[in-house]
Structure formats: structure tokens, C-alpha cells
Design a protein around this ligand. Structure first.
Ligand code: M6R
Length: 596
């Protein structure tokens, strides 16, 4: 997803600071990059492709300036070409703009501006913004007035930063797309997210929807009508080192290995191991009569898992793909709508949470991102405390979400007997994850099966969302066809695809009726001569019917799901690594998906 960086006050280091910021934003996923430097005249350089290519283009240009803006673009309107890369300019070249989000009324605005004599040079929705500002400058006394009037004409989601020729002024505005301000002794930064400037400062201000930031010698934040807003300066706790790879080949592998620590952080101060109690503060006071979970992608798999926990406690619960939530039966009574989102900025999830709010439900965000839109807009927030996740593939945040929803269900719905049973398993979970990481033979499985054409994942009950997640992780980073199924569904259609060269990963924990039935489904696979990889605690006899076993420690099935998932993360990683894929930034995907 697009990334923004702007800075004033870095003097001769302005260009370097912008490029550094763009590199830090690469994890969001992008297909082109560009910068505009301010001064008497604006200097713009942009190109399609990755930052490496952009830096080469920059070496052929001699541009400098005391302030500037930069952008990584993830295409929505128009292909990833040099012309469509941001920043975009007005006709006179006096204002340059970078933008994240979507301008919904750009068609009509563009027609209007073209009729008024403006010439467009790109396919983007963004380009209407500098032309609108130019249009407003005819009647406005100064750039800020023109900027404000232009913003009023825009409908849609945006984080916008503009720089004006002949000034030392940056203006920023946001609606439904994040924009944060970083403050250090000499410089002020405007960015789509903190990593862009975290190497320079840990002091941050989060801009709210409808606010406008004016950055020149100082900073002023105002509302749309010009009322000054006193903003709180927060400190970002994580260290820049945490966003490095620390010796791992990929962020994904590093983040997989960070899971024991991430889970300890999630549990810290929230569980009393001796008393078997869970303390979530105010959230623990909630007594929902029903729960609706809304989420996307990996977070949806956590939502599905979460709904199973609440259902097992006798509380009606349902997981919805956030983009489909509009069709859900409206929540009634003391229903709680929970948005699970690591970034807290996923447009589909935010939209579902807003819909729930309109329908009168209480809302709760389960997120990794303090200060994110989901955090700020919901009635309650539970942080998963996983630390920054840079790889596009969600790994440690998924594990954090699974643990967080366990705590949520234990604190708000499940009784003491359940807590006494689950809390010890959760307490042991970080150590159990470490043993899986230490002993996993996933790399050997990857070596054996990395060239298969398709992969299936099956699981039942609590293991079903893990099967879905195993398949998503593999397809996302290896570009291989992979599908997850409820184990019992295989024989209702997908079995037709199972052949000798289709590895089937079967998730089997415990030895109850559900496990026995899944073992039966494994036998159906074995009978078709397909290779079976059992991910199991070895309590059942599934190993007898499997070609390979990825073992997990014997624990409660709810923790077993987290452990089985770690094995599948490693399988996906090693297959993708053997295929030399772009693991941390898979093609076509973005870390933070801020469009619907
Ligand atoms: O930030 P979110 O948790 O809301 O993101 C939702 C999905 O876009 C995300 O989980 C996506 O599926 C992952 N990149 C998959 O690894």
C-alpha cells in the first residue's frame, strides 16, 4: 500500500532523508516511487519499479532542496508507470502532492478541471488534487487557503501532503487514511507511518480525520474550519533495531522466531498463573450476549478461531469477512463487534466497524498498532503487543491474535473451570513455540515438496482456521496453488483433485472424536496415494497413515492450533525460499490494505 514521507528541517540531508524514509516504507508493498524537493522551483523525480531502480534514476539528476515529500505507490488507478508515480503536479509546476487512499469523485472533478483548461498527465485519481489547489489559488490569498478549499471539494479517503514552490511549507491532511507527524530537535516529518522517520525521532503526533497540519518553521494543527488543536505528543516505544533483520535472511523468518517473545508480551500482566485468572481491565467487565468478529485475510482466520472459542462458551458468535459484513444480521442487545486487525488500518475492517457503530453495537479492536484508526475509533482496544511486523506475511501477529482472543474469551465469557484449564496452557505456550522452532523438520519437508503443483491443508474444529491460514501463507509467499479445507469437506469435491503429487497437510491434535474423524479423512487421502504430512501432537494414530510428521508438543488443543501454525509458517517460508521468491514483499500484495 502507498507510503508517504515528508520533511522540513533536514537541510542538505533532505533528499537522503526522504529516500531513507521510502526504504523504511518498502514493507507496505509498492510498485513505483518518487520525490519532490521544495525551493524557488520544485524538483520532481519519479519512476516505476523498486527503490533500487529509483535511486539509479536519482543519480542521473542533480536535485536538492530544504524540504520535500516522497511516495511509494501501490497502483489503484492506472498501471505502475513513471507518469502515474507520485508526486503529481499542477499545470504551472507550483504545487506537488503525494496521496494515499482513493478520491471517489475524481472523475467529475477531473472533467470539471479539464473543462476549465487544466492538462492532466497521468491516469491517477491523485492528480486532481494539485490541479484543484491550482484552481483555488486563483481566488485564495495564500497556499494554505487554496489547499483547504481544495480538500473541501474532495470525497473519499486520503492522506495528502503538499509542497509549494517558493515556500518552506508542507501541508498535510487526512481522512480515513493515516498520517503521523514526527518531531525531532531540528526537523519535522509527516508520514503515513512511523518507521519512515523512526531512525530520527520517537516523538509522534497522530493526526485525526479532518485535521490539517501546517509544517514550516514549526507545527500547527487545525481543524477544517481553522480552529487550532492542541495535540498530544506520544513516544513510540519500539527501537529502530527491531525493524532490522538481526541476521535473518528475511523479516518473515525473524518474525517467526520472535513469536515466543511476542506471546510473552501479549500475556504479560494479563494472566495470573496461580489464581488461574485473566485481567484485561475494563474489557474484562464486558459481558456480551453475542459477538460478531470482522476481519480480513489472516486476521479473519483468527476471527474464525475466536468465534469458535465464544461458541464453545455458549455465547453466540460469528466471524465475518469484513468486506462482506454489510450482509450480516445486525447485532442486537449487548452484542459486541470485534475488529481483528494487526495494522488497525485495513479499510474493509474499518468500514465494517463503522457499520457496527452505526447499528448501535459496542466495538472493540484487537490490534497490534497503538494509535491506529481502529484503535482510535472503537469503544475499546486490546493490543496484541507483537512488536512491529515488517514482512507482508502476517506471522507473529497471527499468533498474537490467537492468544489475545483466548484471553478475551476467558475474561468475558468463559467460567473459572475453563480458565483453570486454559491459563496453564497459555503460560507454557511461548516455551512450546520455542521447542517447535528448535526442533522443526519443516525445512526437510520443503526440500521434498517445493516443486509440487498444488498443496492441500485439512483440519477440523479449532484446526480448520489453521488449515486456512497454512494455505494462505503458502500461496501468498510461494505463489503456489494451496487450499485449506474443513477435513470432512474433502470428500465432497476437493478429493477429485488429490493425486500422487498433491501433498496434503493434515492437522490432528488430541485423540477425541474430531481427531478420529480427521484420521479417517487422512486415510481417504492415503488411499489416493497422495503424500500426507501430519502436523500432530501424536496422541492419535495419524502418524501411521502419514508419510511425514511435523510434531508439536502435547498441550491444550487451543494452544495446539498456535503450535501447528508455527510448523506451517516454517513450511511456507522454506518452500518460498527454495523457490527464491520475494518473501517479505510478495508480488501484488501490501502490508496495510487501506482501500476497500
Ligand atoms: O492489518 P490486518 O490484520 O487488518 O490485515 C488483514 C489482511 O490484509 C492480512 O492479514 C493479510 O491477509 C496478510 N498479509 C496475510 O499474511
Amino acid at each position: 500500500m502507498c507510503g508517504i514521507i515528508g520533511c522540513v528541517g533536514r537541510g542538505k540531508d533532505t533528499l537522503g532523508t526522504l529516500v531513507h524514509g521510502l526504504e523504511k516504507l518498502e514493507y507496505r508493498g509498492y510498485d513505483s516511487a518518487g520525490v519532490a524537493l521544495g525551493g524557488a522551483e520544485l524538483s520532481v523525480c519519479r519512476s516505476s519499479g523498486k527503490i533500487g531502480a529509483f535511486k539509479k534514476v536519482l543519480t542521473e539528476r542533480d536535485i536538492a532542496g530544504p524540504l520535500g515529500i516522497g511516495h511509494t505507490r501501490w497502483s489503484t488507478h492506472g498501471p505502475p508507470t513513471d507518469e502515474n508515480a507520485h508526486p503529481h503536479l499542477d499545470c504551472a509546476g507550483e504545487v506537488a502532492v503525494v496521496h494515499n487512499g482513493i478520491i471517489e469523485n475524481y472523475r467529475s472533478l477531473r472533467d470539471e478541471l479539464v473543462a476549465a483548461g487544466h492538462t492532466f498527465t497521468s491516469d491517477t485519481d491523485t492528480e486532481v488534487i494539485p490541479h484543484l489547489i491550482e484552481d483555488e489559488r486563483d481566488s485564495a490569498t495564500d497556499p494554505e487557503t487554496a489547499f483547504r478549499s481544495a480538500i473541501e471539494r474532495i470525497e473519499g479517503s486520503y492522506a495528502i501532503v503538499a509542497v509549494f514552490a517558493g515556500t518552506e511549507l508542507l501541508l498535510g491532511a487526512r481522512n480515513d487514511s493515516p498520517l503521523v507527524i514526527g518531531l525531532d530537535e531540528e526537523a519535522i516529518f509527516l508520514a503515513s507511518d512511523v518507521p519512515a522517520f523512526r531512525d530520527f525521532t520517537d516523538r509522534v503526533i497522530y493526526l485525526e480525520d479532518g485535521e490539517i497540519a501546517r509544517v514550516d518553521g514549526g507545527l500547527e494543527v487545525t481543524t477544517g474550519d481553522g480552529t487550532r488543536v492542541e495535540k498530544t505528543v506520544s513516544r513510540v516505544e519500539w527501537d529502530p533495531e527491531e525493524t532490522g533483520k538481526s541476521g535473518y535472511d528475511h523479516f518473515m523468518l525473524k518474525e517467526i522466531h520472535e513469536q515466543p517473545r511476542a506471546l510473552r508480551q501479549c500475556l504479560s500482566g494479563r494472566v495470573d498463573e496461580l489464581g488461574g485468572t485473566v485481567d484485561l481491565g475494563d474489557i474484562g467487565e464486558l459481558r456480551p450476549s453475542a459477538v460478531q468478529f470482522v476481519a480480513c485475510g489472516t486476521s479473519y482466520h483468527a476471527a474464525y478461531y475466536a468465534a469458535l472459542l465464544f461458541e464453545s462458551a455458549g455465547i453466540p458468535a460469528q466471524a465475518y469477512l469484513a468486506s462482506e459484513y454489510a450482509t450480516a444480521v445486525p447485532p442486537i442487545g449487548e452484542a459486541l463487534v470485534v475488529g481483528i486487525t494487526q495494522s488497525g488500518e485495513t479499510a474493509d475492517t474499518l468500514s465494517a466497524l463503522r457499520e457496527a457503530d452505526r447499528r448501535g453495537a459496542r466495538t472493540l479492536a484487537v490490534t497490534n498498532t497503538v494509535g491506529s484508526t481502529a484503535d482510535r475509533e472503537t469503544d475499546h482496544t486490546m493490543y496484541i503487543r507483537s512488536g512491529p511486523e515488517i514482512g507482508v506475511a502476517a506471522t507473529k501477529t497471527f499468533a498474537g491474535q490467537l492468544v489475545a482472543v483466548n484471553l478475551l474469551s476467558l475474561a468475558t465469557g468463559e467460567g473459572e473451570t475453563r480458565r483453570r484449564e486454559i491459563v496453564p496452557a497459555l503460560r507454557d505456550l511461548p516455551g512450546d513455540v520455542q521447542s517447535v522452532l528448535d526442533d522443526s523438520t519443516a525445512e526437510e519437508i520443503a526440500a521434498t515438496y517445493h516443486d509440487a503443483g498444488a498443496y492441500f491443508f485439512i483440519g477440523r474444529g479449532i484446526q480448520y482456521p489453521v488449515a486456512l491460514e497454512g494455505a494462505l501463507k503458502l500461496k501468498e509467499i510461494s505463489y503456489k496453488h494451496a487450499e485449506g479445507f474443513a477435513a470432512g469437506e474433502l470428500k465432497h469435491g476437493p478429493l477429485a483433485l488429490v493425486q500422487e503429487d498433491t501433498p496434503v497437510f493434515a492437522l490432528v491434535t488430541g485423540d477425541d472424536e474430531a481427531a478420529k474423524k480427521t484420521v479417517g479423512n487422512v486415510k481417504e487421502v492415503e488411499a489416493r496415494n497422495a503424500p500426507v504430512v501430519a502436523v500432530t501432537d501424536k496422541k492419535s494414530d495419524v502418524a501411521m497413515y502419514a508419510d511425514h510428521v511435523l510434531e508439536i508438543p502435547d498441550t491444550h488443543p487451543r494452544s495446539g492450533a498456535v503450535l501447528a501454525n508455527v510448523q506451517l509458517q516454517l513450511v511456507a517460508y522454506h518452500i518460498a525460499n527454495r523457490l527464491d521468491r520475494s518473501i517479505d514483499k510478495p508480488r501484488n500484495l501490501a502490508k496495510s490494505v487501506t482501500v476497500e
